[in-house]
Design a protein around this ligand. Structure first.
Ligand code: SF4
Length: 115
């Protein structure tokens, strides 16, 4: 279980992340299923420069948690993805993606791609 101390970091580790085709599909599904007000609220938040487009700054958490990409799930738990607030959690070896990414979320894919 991921028990990283994310609260309070305000998305510091949530920058542009690589996404696979499958992850992109999952994210699109997740965003489309959101009630309009929630989706609109998430889209229009003022984030720090470089923060992931899906970071929910108002609530200090990932806004698409159940559909987040594999690298986000792996973060903090692998030797090459260390959380500086809890480095001891990075007990697993280096993380490697199972599939090639089709682009980078927040750079190649922005909110306009999820409508
Ligand atoms: S998808 Fe969620 S966990 Fe991944 S970088 Fe974006 S806000 Fe962070």
């Amino acid at each position: 279980m991921n028990s990283l101390p994310c609260q309070g970091c305000k998305g510091l580790c949530c920058g542009p992340v690589p996404v696979t085709e499958q992850e992109l599909k999952g994210l699109k599904k997740k965003i489309k299923a959101m009630p309009f007000q929630q989706r609109n609220g998430l889209e229009n938040q003022h984030r720090y420069f470089g923060t992931c487009i899906f970071y929910d700054l108002d609530n200090d958490k990932c806004g698409v948690h159940s559909a987040r990409p594999a690298v986000c799930r792996a973060f903090g738990l692998h030797a090459n993805l260390v959380c500086f607030r809890k480095p001891e959690a990075a007990a697993a070896g280096n993380w490697m993606a199972d599939n090639d990414p089709v682009g980078v979320l927040s750079v190649d894919f922005t909110w306009k791609d999820f409508k």
